[in-house]
Design a protein around this ligand. Structure first.
Ligand SMILES: Nc1nc2c(c(=O)[nH]1)N[C@H]1C(S)=C(S)[C@@H](COP(=O)(O)O)O[C@H]1N2
Ligand SMILES: [Mo]
Length: 410
């Protein structure tokens, strides 16, 4: 007897570990195995810089220009093709307003000016003299999943829909060391960060964020950060909307007010229903999605599947993820894998027995501050229909009787 923990076929979290009760997908070992060609001669020689297997078929999604203007572009992480929680550097999502500059680090520096006792300039080499720290953090664009705010559901993959989020191990210099050395004046309340790209993206960061856990990131998953992620250095504000993590950082100006730059007034304000707008709503809220099964996948047999996905919160660590296979009527608690870290992606898993009947799969995350991911309709209540940033509603994947998996608004 299968051991169900919620409706629609959600099994007990440990059902997969039990020998009886559920039939897994693997067949019995075939008696003889044909000799494959890769066993008949020596393979390739070692290479200088590794590459994927040609059979793994990994690439970013929605790669391209952007309707907002020439040179502006983005690409998304193929969330449904990855497992674990770390995004490989080659598949980290990208978003840039004026292309990727090819910066020579010998000709790049970071200056700290404004309301400081000692204006400073640091070369790339200088910065390597400071103590570095290493943390795993997610990065999410505030426009991520915006297509779920539109009138009808886009029939696309999880990555194409919500892949403007990635997670990496970032290494760099905590900003407070550099600001301390410059010596903050008592009026210092904000730090204005400016990038060295053609857009010179400029954003105002509250001082408390800068002194808390902001870092000048220089390494990503162990190697120097890629040009598309801000080489030679970027500002990194853990848990905050991606656009404030200014890439190709060249200047920090300390002052007593925000700068109200073009970037933060023409965009990155959230229009509310009453016609007023929220500015500097920087934290990304609690969110999750099932990455398998997910949009555009095809279930080819009835039986047991592992439902697996990602959860994160800009306010802390994930404490619970619940999964439903009946469109939110009943829920079961998933297993959280890789000990949930604050401000990082957390993987969740739970077994599910598909009977062949239509189902609606959902996940609902809770963080350790007690924030619970809202339904889609509750998430849409917050902002005017013109505002599409910060969407974190529950994702529904509809499984049809034919086994097709599609984005749905449940
Ligand atoms: N200088 C600069 N910094 C920038 C941007 C930019 O266009 N120029 N794009 C921002 C936006 S909108 C996001 S979501 C993140 C994306 O970071 P990534 O490309 O490393 O994923 O960088 C931010 N930092
Ligand atoms: Mo963004």
């Amino acid at each position: 007897m299968a051991d169900f923990s919620a409706g629609g076929g959600i099994l007990n979290r440990r059902a997969l570990l039990k020998a009886s009760g559920v039939g897994l997908a693997a067949g019995f070992l075939a008696p003889a195995q044909a000799e494959e060609e890769w066993m008949t001669r020596a393979g390739e020689s070692p290479g200088k810089y590794g590459a994927q297997s040609a059979f793994a078929d990994l690439s970013r999604e929605r790669v391209g220009g952007h309707e907002f203007g020439a040179g502006a572009g983005s690409s998304s992480t193929p969330l449904q093709k990855l497992n674990g929680t770390i995004t490989p550097n080659s598949l980290h999502f990208e978003r840039h307003h004026s292309g990727i500059p090819a910066i020579n680090p010998d000709r790049h520096s970071l200056t700290i000016v404004g309301a400081v006792k000692r204006p400073l300039r640091f070369s790339y080499e200088d910065l390597h003299a400071y103590p570095m720290e290493t943390y795993v953090y997610f990065l999410e664009c505030s426009g991520n999943s915006y297509r779920n705010t539109l009138a009808s559901p886009a029939n696309v993959t999880a990555g194409a829909l919500s892949g403007l989020v990635s997670c990496a191990e970032w290494t760099g210099v905590p900003l407070h060391y550099l600001l301390d050395e410059a010596g903050l004046e008592s009026s210092a309340g904000w730090v204005i960060g400016e990038g060295a790209d053609a857009a010179a993206l400029t954003r105002s960061v509250p001082m408390k964020y800068m002194l808390d856990n902001a870092m000048l990131a220089m390494y990503q998953n162990g190697e120097p950060i890629r040009p598309s992620q801000g080489y030679p250095m970027r500002l990194f504000l853990p848990g905050c909307e991606g656009n404030i993590s200014v890439k190709w950082l060249q200047r920090l100006k300390v002052q007593n007010t925000p700068a109200y730059t073009r970037d933060e007034t023409s965009k990155y304000t959230d229009l509310l229903k009453d016609g007023t707008a929220e500015m500097f709503s920087l934290r990304m809220e609690v969110k999750s999605l099932i990455t398998s099964p997910s949009g555009k996948m095809q279930l080819n047999r009835k039986g047991v599947y592992e439902i697996s996905g990602l959860a994160w919160s800009g306010e802390g660590a994930i404490s619970k993820v619940e999964v439903s296979a009946d469109g939110g009527k009943t829920w079961a608690e998933a297993v959280l894998q890789s000990e949930p870290k604050s401000l990082a992606l957390t993987r969740f898993r739970i077994p599910w027995q598909w009977s062949g009947a239509p189902a609606v799969l959902q996940s609902r995350a809770t963080d350790n501050r007690g924030n619970i991911q809202p339904t889609r309709s509750a998430a849409l209540q917050r902002y005017s229909r013109a505002g599409f940033y910060h969407y974190n509603g529950i994702q529904s994947w509809q499984v049809t009787a034919l086994g097709e998996v599609k984005n749905a608004f449940a």
